[in-house]
Design a protein around this ligand. Structure first.
Ligand code: SF4
Ligand code: SF4
Length: 133
């Protein structure tokens, strides 16, 4: 049985639709939600593991509903020499892998918690967070 870990980005117009229910019901997929940040009428993000024999069809269904599907990559590396501790990445990191240590306000990275969703790579203004394939 095939499996894949993916990051799903839901546009605001479908964030309140039961798309995951249809993945299970219509495509017979097993869904393990690792992290979710979903609010009605707002853009949302979900990180999940999918298992089943109809993965491609299920992912194509999500894409047809406007959901951006991105496979989780291998590893995130942090270039500490570039980091200016602006904190932008800590606000969007869904697992707490990036966090601020108070009172020094230093930003730290816990690779054990990272699920390689890549959201920090987009948020970082100095490209301190990078994907290693
Ligand atoms: S890729 Fe970045 S934002 Fe995503 S879990 Fe890892 S550290 Fe957090
Ligand atoms: S967004 Fe980049 S520069 Fe800002 S704290 Fe995170 S890693 Fe450092």
């Amino acid at each position: 049985m095939a499996s894949v870990k993916v990051v799903l980005r839901f546009p605001a117009e479908v964030s309140d639709k039961p798309l995951i229910y249809y993945l299970v019901k219509d495509f017979d997929l097993m869904v393990n939600i690792l992290k979710a940040n979903i609010n009605p009428h707002k853009q949302g993000t979900m990180i999940m593991e999918l298992r089943g024999d109809n993965l491609d069809d299920g992912l194509a269904y999500l894409a047809s509903r406007g959901v951006a599907v991105q496979p989780l990559s291998e590893e995130i590396v942090r270039h500490e020499d570039r980091c200016i501790s602006c904190g932008a990445c800590t606000a969007i990191c869904p697992t707490g892998a990036l966090y601020i240590e108070r009172p020094a306000m230093a930003v730290h990275f816990d690779g054990e918690k990272c699920v390689v969703c890549q959201m920090c790579t987009r948020a970082c203004p100095v490209r301190a967070m990078e994907v290693r394939f």
